[in-house]
Design a protein around this ligand. Sequence first.
Ligand SMILES: NC(=O)c1ccc[n+]([C@@H]2O[C@H](COP(=O)([O-])OP(=O)(O)OC[C@H]3O[C@@H](n4cnc5c(N)ncnc54)[C@H](OP(=O)(O)O)[C@@H]3O)[C@@H](O)[C@H]2O)c1
Length: 356
Amino acid sequence: MLRVSIVGVTGYGGGELVRLLGKRADVKLIELVGRSAAGRPLGEVFPSLAPLGLTLSAGDQLERPEEADFVFLALPHHASAEKAAEILENAPQTKVIDLSADFRLRDLATYEAWYGSHPAPYLLKEAVYGLPELYRAKLNSGVRLVANPGCYPTCSSLALAPALKGEAIIEPDVIINALSGTSGAGRELKQNLHYSELNESASAYGLAPAGHRHLPEIRQVLEDQYGGPVEVLFTPHLLPLTRGMLATCYARLTPAFLAEHRDPKSVNAALRERYRDFYKNDPFVMVVDSPPTTKQVQTSNYCFIYPTADLRTGRLVTVAVLDNLVKGAAGEAVQNMNLLAGLPETTGLEMLSVYP
Ligand SMILES: NC(=O)c1ccc[n+]([C@@H]2O[C@H](COP(=O)([O-])OP(=O)(O)OC[C@H]3O[C@@H](n4cnc5c(N)ncnc54)[C@H](OP(=O)(O)O)[C@@H]3O)[C@@H](O)[C@H]2O)c1
């Protein structure tokens, strides 16, 4: 039996963790901490979770971290790092899976440039980046701190890794146009998320010069795959969807690849074969035969990927979709817990999408 605590259970990420873990026979939820609803039934915070009959912890702090095998932190950055440091100091046997960005960037200066001062920089070295498809070999029972990836980095990195790794078939200069639903921004109310501001509308954000905080994370992952510098132009967009993320990624195909593939039909078959081979041991990645939609993966832990070549422009165009709260957050976090616990990676995550 795995003993699990969740901090930040009043937010979307925390609620989704309870949805994924609450019915598992091999998991016991021991502390559910949410500062704005201490002591209240979880069903009051998330009526959809009422059938579980759970109640939040009486206080706004984790009281017994040492009793948990795993603590999930579903908090904003900074608050997460402070909590992770406290847990790892007081309960050295407990493993922490952090959904925030606090431990994702290996380089402190890069973190501080995008997020400000780091509350626990000494933990950066210890954290393992939890994108199982690309870092599985590092996700084992010896790990105490997992940096769960961002939703945009998961979606875009999975879309591009097979083209960059090994003998790269694209130039290391990529463009990512990504779309997200509103739950990606969390449960807190913000003006641009009001129904009347967002409905029947779409917007780009995180443009230069400021850029979006997921940019350095995407670059770090792609550079790990490529083994050298990768230029990334990343533009996120907000759409009036509740859940869902779609990334369309572009890059120039290498002259060697183009010389070998001149037929528009067979080039796509070759690309799909390369991608399928890359993900042959990854139960949650499916390389599909037609452009996927966000609805096809909604509420599931799957990422569907469609690579194609536009031979007129000599570019790779890859479309990837996932559910930002599942494969982009809580589902990936549970996948990481399974790996650290030595369980099959798919445990409790095999549900299919709700469709239509
Ligand atoms: N939403 C996504 O699709 C997604 C995807 C990947 C990663 N993430 C990351 O996951 C984390 C949680 O995101 P979310 O979408 O669940 O956010 P959210 O819905 O806004 O929830 C945030 C949670 O953190 C708590 N909280 C906020 N500030 C706190 C503080 N200073 N001390 C203690 N608790 C605090 C909130 O408690 P109260 O509301 O009770 O005050 C709430 O439980 C974030 O770091 C986010 O970047 C989110």
